[in-house]
Design a protein around this ligand. Structure first.
Ligand code: MF3
Ligand code: CO
Length: 249
């Protein structure tokens, strides 16, 4: 397993990529209203990525047909934007996007409520996002990969939710998926040690019910087996001597 160490010049380029991606996600978030379709969200992303001079990291990736993944309610990740999927009040939609700017990738996801959602779902979104924040807070040179996963798992399980095992975070740089894999569970002190200059996409996927997921017949959309609602948040972060720099902030 070869993990690339990035120079500060490379990290500066990745930050430019991450800032552009944040602008894309902000534009898409505003378009999340009852009655819009997930294809409407795709159109917003497409226009914004073009305006910013970027390239989609997703479209064409292993044949994936869109620039966004839009995963509604019990869909966990990799939902495909479609004119047939209309957002309704009370839904949640995970919006995952990746861009390439000047050869450097960034990857980030948010889960957005459509209007007012049930209190339990509000809690799921808050817990999933705070599990990501908790993981980012432990990142710095010298900590183990297991420390990162354990940070996510502790927050999620203390709230009574469960961590998806089948999908993981990843290194990122001049391609979308690089080593290492970053599970959202683990044991402290286990796994490789992070070094300054590693760049990681950390992305907890959290189910309100049981952890199991399955992939639908479209070959992409992952859903919870028990039908429970799922949430997903992701940031691209650089490992520094004394902490993490969030490149997609
Ligand atoms: N954002 C996803 C990840 O973190 C990748 C989406 S898969 C794609 O791994 F096919 F849509 F690109
Ligand atoms: Co990712």
């Amino acid at each position: 397993m070869a993990i690339t160490i990035r120079t500060s010049q490379e990290i500066a380029k990745m930050r430019r990529s991450g800032i552009a991606l944040r602008a894309v996600l902000d534009a898409v978030r505003v378009a999340v209203v009852a009655g819009s379709t997930t294809m409407d969200l795709e159109r917003v992303a497409e226009a914004k990525i073009a305006e910013l001079g970027g390239i989609s990291a997703f479209k064409g990736y292993h044949g994936y047909p869109r620039m966004l993944c839009t995963s509604i309610n019990s869909e966990v990740v990799h939902g495909i934007p479609s004119k047939k999927n209309t957002l309704r009040e009370g839904d949640v939609v995970s919006i995952d996007c990746g861009v390439v700017i000047d050869g450097y990738y960034s990857d980030s996801a948010i889960t957005v409520p459509v209007g007012k959602v049930a209190p339990e779902i509000e809690k799921l979104l808050a817990v999933t996002e705070s599990s990501l924040v908790s993981a980012i807070q432990v990142v710095r040179a010298g900590v183990h990969l297991g420390d990162v996963g354990a940070a996510v798992q502790d927050v999620v399980e203390a709230a009574g939710f469960s961590v998806v095992r089948e999908f993981v975070g990843h290194g990122i740089g001049t391609s979308m998926h690089e080593d290492p894999q970053i599970p959202n569970y683990g044991r402290r002190g286990i796994g490789i040690k992070l070094r300054e200059g590693m760049v990681l996409a950390i992305e907890p996927m959290v189910n309100a019910g049981k952890p199991e997921v399955r992939v639908l017949e479209d070959g992409w959309t992952a859903v919870t087996v028990d039908g429970s609602v799922s949430a997903h948040f992701e940031h691209t972060v650089a490992v520094m001597a004394d902490g993490a720099q969030v490149l997609t902030a």
